[in-house]
Design a protein around this ligand. Structure first.
Ligand code: ATP
Ligand code: MG
Length: 719
């Protein structure tokens, strides 16, 4: 194996990075410029040329899939299979360490990992033992809080007593939760990382062993490391190890989960003598795609700043399809995919990306209809999601109260005080009488065979189902679904959850109502609900493509990071959906949405389609959103608006619709800028609207809240 093959297909800057003999290296570069490639080749270089033992290399990737690919590519370059090298995600590596040093980590040998749902259940148990009211203190919020502290490296013992009552309560839960986990010998995801960090902090001899072993540490997607991960890297590197990090500040999209893009800035300070390399040539995309991506990200203010170019030619224009509604949008995408495949392309070279999981339902339906195999990457299909299964269980019980599976699933979801002991009694009686759980529950209540509290709780549940099923013949399907979600308390339960996840669940539930609203029964003379449930059962059968079948890839924009596809669709490029409505009020989050748009666009190699719907029923209600600001930032020369003959004529094209740009072009102000107003005081600019003398500006004032002002007369002063 000769050296030239490692350097083949590397440009000068890439070669400089791969072969650099400086101890520490930072590659800071835009999407598709070959960062991951540099990382792989640098490992091969170290082994082949510098005679570094694979045993002394540790490489950190963002997903398990990426780590498998990395190994394969290195094996390929070196022409042999490597042993001893550690390649994995932060979580995977931490797990491996804890398994090897369970005693030093104060864990039982067979400690179990809690997934997020298990963790929530445990948090609830702890809260119940403290008699905390779940209405007032939503368990999901406590879970979110605890994980947030762990991501920052904070244990309950790190806090001072007293002060804020909210924090005091969270701390009590945190403490109880820590004790319970220790007792049960289980650890959650955030704990994996923190525990691995503490393992080293508290056991210098263990740390020293790994410091001596891993002389070379290489990290991909460095912009998305959180505080604990960064501390872990620094500790391991110590004073001796050589560090290589590659990343792109413009692709930092996990700020909402504790990732700290500032780590890039600390890096050069913490790893003294770092050699920084910038890569500017993009090898992935056509010039048109790159132009679009550059224009979108240029609107962000907090950037380290870099530019990307390509010599791959203009390529095709970016297609923009204004759909009449989301069904039209999905049909259009399915239609384009069909012609892609009939042109002899592989399905797996095409991806559909979306901002919100709830969008996948209509897309899935269109693909099924068109008989295009698809695979959802890193996520579940709509009808398999926990909250949807719960809601469907209520509908099933309304139709047939003897449905034991549905009964088991939701009798205590949301929690209504029906404990395991009570449920065990129900199960026992149903076994003894060979009756349904429902019948057994009725008997226990009627014959007063339960303690008062348990009896009331069960009776409440029975009554809820009875009442709802009593209305089956009177209400349209979507109202039945709405009732089930409302009266059961399901939606409220998820609304109280903090963070993206709760929000996503609420959206999915609302989306289910939308599905019911649009459901067309085959037989209009028969009741609709059973037909709907049958349809759902069929839809959720194993129609997702098999492992080895050539299939189109569906995924959220978040899970597309690091990947590339010849053909990419980004569906739902509309205001309020993308950027997401939750992000509109905070400049910082809006910038993160913009980075997500940049990530999405730069996944495309040859052809990019952007689609939006002029009307969309998502989350259960119909909305009319204008095309996303991100689309409007793309130079018109690279966009081709697609119009189909059979679509309904639209009054305005995207270009003519109300312009809201992120920069008040000639206003002298910028999005996110701090300003002062003579009456309202200090505030921050959230948006601009319109042009000329009528141009308006949205400002969120610290005291007065958000105001919309006429720019010309507002007399704002920059501060
Ligand atoms: P991202 O920021 O999206 O993670 P990246 O910077 O890691 O992107 P890579 O995935 O390493 O970029 O490279 C993008 C594509 O360009 C890959 O298909 C890669 O094989 C190709 N590529 C990179 N450098 C070269 C080169 N010098 N010659 C030919 N192809 C290259
Ligand atoms: Mg990469």
């Amino acid at each position: 194996m000769d050296v030239t093959s490692i350097l083949k297909n590397l440009n000068a800057a890439q070669e400089e990075a791969v072969t650099s003999d400086k101890k520490h290296l930072l590659v800071l570069a835009g999407a598709g410029s070959g960062k991951t490639r540099v990382l792989v080749h640098r490992i091969a270089w170290k082994i082949q040329v510098d005679n570094v033992s694979p045993y002394s290399i540790l490489a950190v990737t963002f997903t398990n899939k990426a780590s498998r690919e990395m190994r394969e590519r290195i094996d390929e370059l070196l022409g042999m299979s490597l042993r001893g090298m550690w390649v994995g995600t932060f979580h995977g590596l931490a797990h491996r360490l804890l398994k090897a040093h369970w005693r030093d980590a104060k864990l039982p040998e067979n400690f179990q990992i809690l997934d997020s749902d298990d963790q929530l259940r445990l948090v609830k148990r702890v809260m119940r033992s403290m008699d905390l009211d779940e209405q007032r203190w939503p368990p999901k919020q406590a879970q979110w809080w605890i994980n947030g502290q762990k991501d920052e490296g904070l244990r309950s013992t790190h806090f001072q007593e007293g002060g804020d009552p909210f924090i005091a309560t969270m701390l009590r839960i945190y403490r109880g939760y820590e004790e319970t986990c220790d007792r049960l010998g289980v650890i959650d995801f955030a704990e994996l990382l923190l525990r691995a960090l503490e393992l080293w902090k508290h056991n210098p001899q263990v740390l020293e062993h790994y410091q001596q072993r891993f002389q070379h540490i290489l990290v991909d997607e460095f912009q998305d490391t959180n505080a604990v991960q960064y501390a872990w890297l620094r500790l391991l590197a110590g004073k001796v190890s050589a560090m290589t990090a590659v990343g792109d500040d413009d692709q930092s999209i996990y700020g909402w989960r504790g990732a700290k893009v500032e780590n890039i800035l600390s890096y050069e300070r913490d790893f003294v003598g770092t050699h920084t390399v910038k890569l500017e040539q993009n090898y992935r995309s056509t010039s048109n795609i790159l132009l679009a991506a550059n224009a979108v990200i240029a609107k962000n203010s907090e950037r380290l700043g870099k530019s990307l170019w390509t010599d791959s030619g203009d390529g095709e224009p970016i297609a923009l399809y204004a759909a009449f509604n989301e069904y039209d949008e999905s049909r259009y995408i399915a239609d384009r995919l069909q012609s892609w495949v009939s042109d002899g392309n592989r399905r797996e070279d095409a991806a559909i990306l979306y901002r919100s999981n709830a969008q996948s339902r209509v897309l899935e339906a269109a693909l099924l209809q068109a008989e295009i195999p698809y695979r959802i990457y890193g996520g579940q299909r709509f009808y398999e999601r926990l909250e949807i299964k719960n809601a469907l269980s209520y509908l099933r019980l309304m139709l047939n109260c003897h449905d034991d599976v549905a009964f088991e699933r939701v009798v205590n979801v949301p929690p209504r005080g029906i404990g395991d002991r009570t449920l065990e009694l129900v199960r026992e009686l149903s076994r003894a009488n060979t009756s349904s759980l429902w019948t057994a529950a009725c008997v226990l209540v009627d014959e007063k065979r339960l303690a008062a509290r348990a009896s009331n709780a069960i009776a409440g549940f029975l009554q809820l189902i009875n009442e709802m099923s009593g209305q089956l013949d009177e209400l349209p399907l979507f109202e039945q679904a709405e009732n089930a979600i409302q009266y059961s308390g399901l939606i409220e339960m998820h609304r109280r959850e903090k963070g993206e996840r709760g929000q996503a669940r609420v959206e999915n539930l609302e989306e289910l109502i939308g599905a019911c609203r649009n459901f067309e029964p085959e037989d209009k003379d028969l009741p609709t609900l059973p037909q709907f449930l049958d349809q759902v059962a069929l839809d959720s059968g194993d129609r997702q493509a098999d492992e080895d079948q050539d299939a189109v890839q569906l995924m959220t924009l978040h899970s597309a990071k690091g990947l590339e596809f010849p053909l990419v669709f980004i569906a739902g490029v509309e205001e309020n959906l993308f950027p997401h409505k939750m992000s509109l009020d905070e400049p910082g989050r809006l910038e993160e949405e913009r980075r997500l748009a940049y990530v999405g666009i730069t996944r495309a190699m040859q052809k990019l389609y952007l689609t939006f719907a002029e009307s969309r029923s998502i989350y259960g209600s119909e909305s009319f959103n204008s095309v996303s600001r991100f689309v409007r930032d793309i130079p018109k020369e690279v966009i081709e608006e697609v119009r189909l003959q059979n679509t309904i004529a639209r009054p305005t094209s995207y270009a003519a619709s109300a312009i809201r740009s992120d920069q008040g072009d000639d206003t002298g102000f910028q999005l996110g800028q701090q300003v002062n107003h003579t009456v309202y005081g200090e505030g921050v600019i959230l948006n601009f609207e319109g042009n000329g003398p009528r141009a308006r500006v949205h400002v969120r004032f610290e005291q007065a809240g958000t105001k919309i002002l006429i720019l010309a007369s507002a007399n704002l002063a920059a501060i």
